[in-house]
Design a protein around this ligand. Structure first.
Ligand code: ADP
Length: 257
């Protein structure tokens, strides 16, 4: 039997994350725990550090200090370790998450299938036939049948973003990281992408999502973290979005809802 999400094992654990860009301290001690099978929404004002937290989880940004653990892979960014060891630790950590970007970052000169096979076959060395079968099934899962041979430019923004999600899943991540997956889309295309994310949450994927879609967050999030000025100012269940305790959260929600 599956465990209750709120009491399932911690999969992602972040402690004391600090990051500065030049003199600008963007993260000032962020702690985060995401449990197996839960959806965590990171919300907060623009510039509060949400994307930097997410990118730190798969080391697209290198934190100045703090630890990030995903499953059995952990990096202590404050520790001084030999370069070779650090490279190995970072590779292990990266392998445990998949990233979905604001705009899909697909290879424009590769077909949809080519985009989905790049990671599993070229990078991870999996069997091409098996990877192809899996890619087709992932495309079906995101509601895209029959687009295998299309090029990204032939698809709508919503379809491209769904390919981006399938591509992240093709790497067999333990947690899917989504950075405002609908922010670059025309309003009429937002729904189809949110529907896919909703499905993934329902299937028990562990998700960490940076989002401005507060209503959506209210619907799917097991946990909500409100980031303000590089710290977690409030956290809790979806009630953070309906009945916030802190004045800053209340002000933010009244502006965006
Ligand atoms: P959010 O996702 O909450 O909007 P970000 O994490 O994107 O916030 O950014 C937090 C702050 O860090 C912003 O002031 C942004 O300008 C700055 N920042 C983010 N990435 C970089 C970078 N690569 N170089 C310099 N400043 C950056």
């Amino acid at each position: 039997m599956s465990e209750e999400p709120r009491t399932s094992a911690p999969l992602v654990e972040v402690r004391g994350l600090h990051k500065a860009f030049d003199e600008h301290e963007v993260l000032r001690g962020v702690d985060l725990t995401a449990r197996v099978g839960t959806a965590t929404a990171l919300i907060g004002p623009s510039g509060s550090g949400k994307t930097t937290v997410l990118r730190s989880l798969n080391v697209l940004e290198t934190p100045d200090a703090g630890t990030v653990r995903i499953a059995d892979a952990e990096v202590d960014f404050g520790a001084s370790v030999p370069k070779v060891q650090r490279r190995r630790e970072v590779a292990a950590l990266r392998a445990r998450s998949g990233m979905v970007f604001q705009s899909h970052h697909l290879f424009p000169h590769k077909t949809v299938l080519g985009n989905l096979l790049e990671g599993p076959v070229q990078v991870q060395g999996h069997d091409p036939d098996e990877a192809t079968a899996e890619a087709r099934s992932l495309l079906e899962q995101v509601g895209l049948r029959g687009v295998e041979d299309s090029y990204p430019a032939q698809l709508s923004g919503g379809q491209q973003q769904r390919v981006g999600i399938a591509r992240a899943l093709a790497l067999h991540p333990q947690v899917l990281l989504l950075d405002e997956p609908t922010s670059s889309l025309d309003p009429e295309l937002v729904g189809e992408v949110l529907a896919v994310v909703r499905d993934l949450a329902a299937q028990g994927w562990t998700l960490v999502i940076v989002t401005h879609e507060i209503r959506f967050a209210r619907e799917v999030a097991d946990q909500v973290l409100f980031l303000d000025g590089g710290v977690i100012a409030e956290q809790g269940g979806a009630e953070v979005l309906t009945d916030p305790t802190h004045e800053r959260t209340r002000q933010f929600l009244s502006r965006v809802l």
